[in-house]
Design a protein. Structure first.
Length: 399
């Protein structure tokens, strides 16, 4: 029996595995970071100094006010109880100074009150953290896992982020969205608009959702998100519904020009809602469509020829480059030439506007650039650890 054991059991010296090579994973909230502790202490000191400076400026502003007895009316009156503000480097404790108005009772409407701008009433989180929370939710973290996730990011003292708190925040986000979707637009005026259908995939959904997006530029040059809704890019009905909703809320002045991809149902809806708005086809989409109808080996040369059209310094030069492209490719590649020719007017419409605006009007880049980061934030992550590994990106976003 012993001989059999010796034959079937490999000698111990054959194993090269060390007994001390198991790496223990650090659990959230169990580590200490001296640098973060120093930063948090410094932030607490700076916050206290800023609030004290603000209350000093407030009392100095009202230094000339006196009571009927001749005493100073506005005076310091101690501090409120200490509270913690959750920030991107963890909780920071602060005590808000109190100010007393000696000339009025507590419920008097004329009472002068002090509310520090840097420390809003009842604030429990910094604005950057309020931005971070919905991003983590979109990343796939469930409401019950927020406390653990935030303790890994902000330290073991992170609090106030229970499942019920996150559920309440979700309700607040929905209400904010509903208010934004019904806001009054009667005072708004947009000279340029860009439209596109963006496919996003949030949380752990199996299919991407198409979002119809419209961005506008004001006469002052400020780009704003005008409206968005779920729908189908090719559906004129969905685009019409979005445009009519904007019009019902007061956006009665049609933009001067709209920029979009030629395959959208947007164009039919635009002609019905804002018939006098000029149309500009996106050159990026059009270039891709034309190149798809040419042999791959001709792609680089054809792309340079197309760039000579929309990069021309004058409309006359663009027309000449347009004619040259058609003449070069019509004989052997008629489909590519037809694809370009059928939208000739709308491809060159941007030349009718100020030259400094051409770079913005040639493509739907204002939408693409805006939602490129949104796509990154909604990449599906099926494990919380993978989400936490994107902390650097999330921190950059919330700053």
């Amino acid at each position: 029996m012993r001989l059999l054991d010796d034959l079937t059991s490999p000698p111990k010296e054959r194993y090269a595995v060390s007994q001390n090579n198991v790496t223990k994973l650090v659990q959230p909230g169990t580590f200490s970071d001296l640098l973060t502790d120093i930063l948090r202490d410094g932030a607490q000191t700076l916050l206290a100094q800023a609030v004290e400076a603000e209350v000093a400026a407030f009392t100095a502003k009202h230094v000339d006010l006196k009571t009927e007895d001749g005493y100073q009316r506005i005076v310091r009156h101690g501090h409120l109880p200490e509270r913690e503000i959750m920030t991107g480097i963890g909780p920071v404790a602060v005590r808000q100074p109190r100010v007393r108005d000696r000339a009025t009772d507590g419920d008097d409407a004329s009472r002068i009150r002090f509310t520090p701008a840097i420390l809003p009433p009842y604030a429990r989180r910094s604005r950057s953290l309020n931005v971070l929370l919905p991003i983590l939710y979109l990343k796939g973290i469930s409401t019950g896992d927020f406390a653990e996730a935030l303790s890994a990011l902000l330290g073991h003292d992170a609090s106030g982020l229970s499942a019920s708190t996150i559920a309440r925040l979700k309700q607040d986000w929905s209400e904010d969205h509903a208010r934004w979707q019904t806001r009054d637009l009667s005072a708004r005026n947009y000279v340029y608009v860009w439209a596109d259908g963006i496919h996003l995939q949030a949380r752990l959904e199996d299919e991407k959702q198409c979002i119809l997006v419209i961005i506008g530029a004001t006469p002052e040059g400020r780009k704003e998100l005008i409206g968005f809704t779920d729908g189908t890019r090719e559906s004129a009905h969905d685009w019409r519904e979005l445009l009519l909703d904007l019009k019902r809320r007061g956006l009665s002045i049609a933009p001067k020009i709209a920029v979009a991809d030629g395959a959208l149902g947007f164009w039919k809806a635009l002609g019905e809602v804002w018939p006098r708005c000029q149309e500009q086809r996106c050159w990026v989409h059009k270039t891709a469509n034309v190149l798809n109808k040419l042999p791959r080996k001709l792609g680089p040369k054809a792309k340079r020829s197309l760039q000579e059209i929309w990069m021309a310094e004058t409309k006359a030069d663009a027309e000449a480059a347009f004619d040259a492209f058609i003449e070069t490719y019509t004989l052997k590649y008629e489909k590519a030439a037809v694809c370009l020719t059928k939208d000739r007017v709308s491809l060159l419409a941007f030349y009718d506007f100020p030259a400094e605006h051409w770079v913005h009007l040639r493509t739907t880049n204002p939408i693409e650039s805006t939602f490129a980061t949104v796509r990154h934030r909604t990449i599906v992550k099926r494990h919380p650890v993978l989400t936490l590994l994107r902390h650097e990106e999330l921190t950059h976003l919330s700053s």
